[in-house]
Design a protein around this ligand. Structure first.
Ligand code: HEM
Length: 330
């Protein structure tokens, strides 16, 4: 606080010297007094606490040095949103650790059959990995903006941290585009399999079989849990994309208030989606035996498929059987 007041006093002094403010406004308060508060200084300036100056460039906004509503937003951004983001991530990691300790790795109860079924083709895997890799870099470079100075700067030193952050910013700005392309791809490829149906209710009632060994509620290509992930990614990704583009082109945004709104939605959505994705990555890799193959080679073990997506296996096998059967005309 004392440091902030000091900076403010210096700034006001400078501004005064440059003749930016009306001298009669400053006459109401002594900026060097020990008891003076930031608020008192702003009130003394009149104009609702807005600090403005004269500029010669066309962008009139640039003449506004301080606006009280911007300061309220900066506090929301600097404290509340950063705290929510950090706790969302730490909370999810703690939950998953607990889940792992209680439940352990989810195994294929009937063991591997050795027979494979194609689950995702090359286009689906390309879309998934483009989405996944860009999202992870976007999330990490975004996280660096929030906690980089506290966590990484002391570890890396100014030079390396500066280089990393500069590249992080470039990556964040440019990888947003392939992320959006991949988002549209998965929407087109998978939306048909993610429309909620009655089977999902039963899956949810049985906790997806995740909590108890040997419980395998039926599911089609995607179970209810995956549908939640899918829609969170699609809707969250769309919100991130729209607000992100607005932040990339701030001159297109009508007012500061809109810009601050987009920024808040961007930060909140990123925090919630990152936490959800951490859970997804856990289940798709170390948390469940046989799951990674679906996005690795594209082929899963038949017993894994029967345990987690029994109705989908029937559909696929049904199709395979009807394809193998000779048609009457043949
Ligand atoms: C290293 C990171 C990741 C791994 C190991 C991984 C793994 C997987 C696997 C194995 C599947 C297929 C599940 C199945 O066969 O049913 C899958 C599906 C999916 N992944 Fe990922 N994934 C990762 C990152 C991401 C990221 C960052 C996103 C989005 C931002 C994402 C979005 C999806 C979506 C929407 C699906 C389909 C719905 C679902 O299965 O939940 N993945 N992932």
């Amino acid at each position: 606080m004392a440091q902030q007041i000091h900076r403010l006093v210096v700034a006001l002094g400078l501004a005064l010297t440059l003749g930016l403010f009306a001298p009669q406004a400053m006459a109401q308060v002594n900026p060097t007094a020990q008891s003076v508060t930031e608020e008192a200084l702003f009130n003394a300036l009149g104009n609702g606490g807005n600090v403005t100056g004269r500029i010669t460039i066309p962008d009139a906004h640039a003449g506004q040095l301080i606006a009280p509503e911007n300061r309220a937003w900066a506090a929301l951004q600097g404290d509340t949103l950063h705290t929510i983001s950090i706790w969302a991530v730490i909370g999810m990691v703690a939950l998953l650790t607990l889940f792992y300790l209680v439940r352990g790795k989810i195994r294929i109860d009937s063991g591997m059959s050795g027979r494979k079924i194609l689950r995702f083709n090359a286009i689906e895997r390309f879309a998934h990995w483009t989405l996944a890799s860009t999202f992870i870099i976007l999330a990490l470079s975004g996280l660096n903006i929030i906690i980089g100075r506290t966590v990484l700067l002391p570890m890396l030193g100014e030079g390396a941290f500066g280089t990393l952050s500069a590249w992080g910013k470039v990556a964040h700005n440019f990888l947003a585009w392939p992320f959006m392309v991949a988002l549209v791809m998965i929407l087109v490829l998978w939306v048909i399999h993610n429309i909620p149906n009655k089977v999902d209710l039963e899956w949810i009632k049985q906790g997806g079989g995740l909590l108890k060994k040997g419980v395998h509620p039926p599911a089609k290509k995607f179970n209810a849990g995956q549908k939640i992930i899918f829609w969170a990614v699609v809707l969250g990704g769309a919100a991130l994309s729209f607000t992100g583009v607005m932040l990339l082109f701030p001159n297109e945004v009508a007012s500061f208030a809109d810009w601050q709104f987009y920024q808040t939605i961007h930060a909140l959505t990123a925090a919630v989606l990152s936490a959800i994705i951490i859970a997804h990555i856990y289940i798709g890799s170390v948390g469940m035996e046989g799951a990674f193959d679906a996005m690795g080679s594209g082929e899963v073990d038949e017993n894994w498929a029967k345990e987690h997506h029994s109705l989908w296996v029937k559909e696929v096998k049904g199709e395979a059987a009807s394809e193998a059967r000779p048609h009457p005309a043949e």
